[in-house]
Design a protein. Sequence first.
Length: 227
Amino acid sequence: MADKSGDAREEVLSRVLAKLGVRGDEPGRRGLVQSRLRTPRANLIPERAQKPRPELIKQFQAMLDKSGAKTIRVRSLKALPEAIMSALRDGNLPFRIRGGEDAIFEGLRAEPNALEVLSGPAEAADAIGLSHAFAGASETGTLFLASGHENPSTLNFLPEHHFVVILVGDIAGSYEDCWSKLRSIYGKALPRTVNLISGPSRTADIEQTIVMGAHGPKNLVVFIAGA
């Protein structure tokens, strides 16, 4: 049986190209596309993403707190182990977390007697997932997490509690700033997945009643490291 949907799509595209007076395979047009991919234009940046840096950091925290996340400031990565253990104590959670192979967590693994840090993708029995956000957009309080063995995406969704570390220097104003940072880190070999997280998982699909943890972690704790 012929694919009628495919035929209809080709007919529509043919009409569009005819109306524009182009074929779609002209060298100049291809060059224009390649140029825009190499040097992407920034969209309109909202005013709240153009504040002085101290205000952007405060706004980033405020946005996350408003979404139901908990933000914790730590002066340096050296203070991260104690800050994580304190958060575990406050939540009456086990001193057992799972993270990827990101080098930022080396300090945690250096204290095996205090905190058990497992490596690899999340498993069903894991209560706490630990991730590193490579960037954060202050305009909405959104964390940007790239997938890979350093930070498996399963850690973002499977455990009930998600701990995320972000360096204060990686907090930017706009989404465009964060995408630019992604390109500067990875170049053309982009990660397979980039997850944007702005708070704990929630839904109001059933009778408009908020349910936490419906599609992912019900608790999000964000550690902002650096003075």
